[in-house]
Write a protein that binds this ligand. Structure first.
Ligand code: KIV
Ligand code: ZN
Length: 403
């Protein structure tokens, strides 16, 4: 299936929530899903409906709240097991456009030690469960788990069976973040060239960051035919996390002259390569960090506190003369308001509320009043109140606004 732009599949609410300690309740998931919709992601993987009643409720509520006709596709994960697929189908039903994402491992190490099944058995299950998912929805995604360590020839046959059974997206996970960009790019090229019927499906990739290569591997995959990227806000996820949404989107944006021809466009084409509203990136990052309790490291690309800070005299001098000397992107492009008003003890409620909005918090009146009083107490003790101070105030005072 030829796609002339990239599909952004956000799995913050599913794989991202699998970060140790990052559990989100249904209210929090709905709040993040609303922001993901504003950000412009194409697909929201809202959870794993069969995993728990809480997860089912969250997927169902996300489907109901943001799964409108012009909103994102809402997806639930499901093992290649009937009960999982049934739960997923039920949870996504309120969405105008729902997707079931079913998976089974294909690497020998998983087949032997985890599934205890033979290659032919797994191939048959994959085909049967994709067909079962297809009996509920048209939009079915199939993932051969641990594809990065699977025998490519076997992988090709499993993907062919999944496509013949109706999979419209085939997602290639580097589940343990093991491959290098050249290897992963080669794997995707092999799939694009050797899987019979691949033109009927979108090739997707799902890269983990165990060696810090998730974004690089995803970019290599795009160069070799992938047209859907699975990623999370702030790169959160199992172990070292997933491909970071903000990094991959901004790499495509800043280097569009390099990527445009890969999508069959002139190098200088101005139309964005994906539907993300980059000005919503910083806000999304702050919201996810706050609700999951996972702090963003200061030197994190794109959304870290230091991402646009210049410390050395030489750099400061250069930037003052011409920003392009040491900056490859404008902070405002990702929604960081550089000319923001400095908050201190003379700041009013309105300035405080505006800054909160920029950081991704929309508080009801009661929460805003409490947070504002705490802010004033703090401002009495400090000359200026930083974003980090505001985050601390919010952590102490905020209660989520119910849907
Ligand atoms: O990492 C992985 O393999 C996954 C699959 C369920 C896609 O998260
Ligand atoms: Zn994963």
């Amino acid at each position: 299936m030829f796609q002339d732009r990239l599909i952004i599949f956000d799995t913050t609410l599913r794989d991202g929530e699998q970060s140790p300690g990052a559990t989100l309740n249904a209210d929090e998931k709905v709040e993040i899903a609303r922001q993901l919709a504003r950000l412009g992601v194409d697909v929201i993987e809202a959870g794993f409906a069969y995993a728990s009643p809480g997860d089912f409720e969250a997927v169902e509520r996300v489907a109901r709240t943001v799964g409108t006709e012009d909103g994102p596709v809402v997806c639930s994960l499901a093992r290649a097991i009937r009960s999982d697929i049934q739960a997923a189908a039920e949870a996504i039903r309120p969405a105008a456009r729902g997707r079931i994402h079913t998976f089974i491992s294909t690497s020998d190490i998983h087949l032997e030690h985890q599934l205890r099944k033979s290659r032919p058995e797994v191939l048959a299950i994959a085909a049967e469960m994709v067909a079962f998912a297809k009996s509920f929805v048209d939009d079915v995604e199939f993932s051969p788990m641990d594809a990065g360590r699977s025998d490519p020839e076997y992988l090709y046959r499993v993907l062919e069976a999944a496509i013949d059974a109706g999979a419209t997206t085939v997602n290639i996970p580097d589940t343990v973040g093991y491959l290098t960009p050249a290897e992963f790019g080669g794997l995707i090229r092999g799939i694009a060239q050797n899987v019979r019927g691949i033109e009927r499906a979108v090739i997707s990739v799902h890269c983990h960051n165990d060696l810090g290569l998730a974004v690089a591997n995803s970019l290599a995959a795009i160069e070799n035919g992938a047209r859907q990227i699975e990623c999370t806000i702030n790169g959160i996820g199992e172990r070292a996390g997933n491909c970071s949404l903000e990094e991959i989107v901004m790499a495509l944006h800043v280097r569009r002259q390099f990527f445009n021809p890969i999508f069959g466009r002139p190098a200088d084409a101005a139309t964005p390569l994906c539907a993300i509203d980059t000005r919503q990136i910083y806000k999304s990052s702050r919201l996810v960090s706050h609700l999951t309790g996972m702090l963003v490291q200061p030197n994190k690309a794109i959304v870290g506190a230091n991402a646009f800070a210049h410390e050395s005299g030489i750099h400061q001098d250069g930037v003052l003369k011409n920003r392009l000397t040491y900056e490859i992107l404008d902070a405002e492009t990702v929604g960081v308001n550089e000319n923001r008003i400095v908050l201190g003890k003379h700041s009013g409620r309105n300035a405080f509320r505006t800054r909160l909005g920029e950081l991704g918090y929309e508080l009801g009146d009661a929460d805003l009043n409490r947070a504002f009083l705490r802010f004033k107490e703090l401002a009495d003790k400090k000359k200026t109140v930083s974003d980090w101070d505001i985050e601390a105030v919010i952590s102490d005072e905020i209660r989520l606004i119910p849907e």
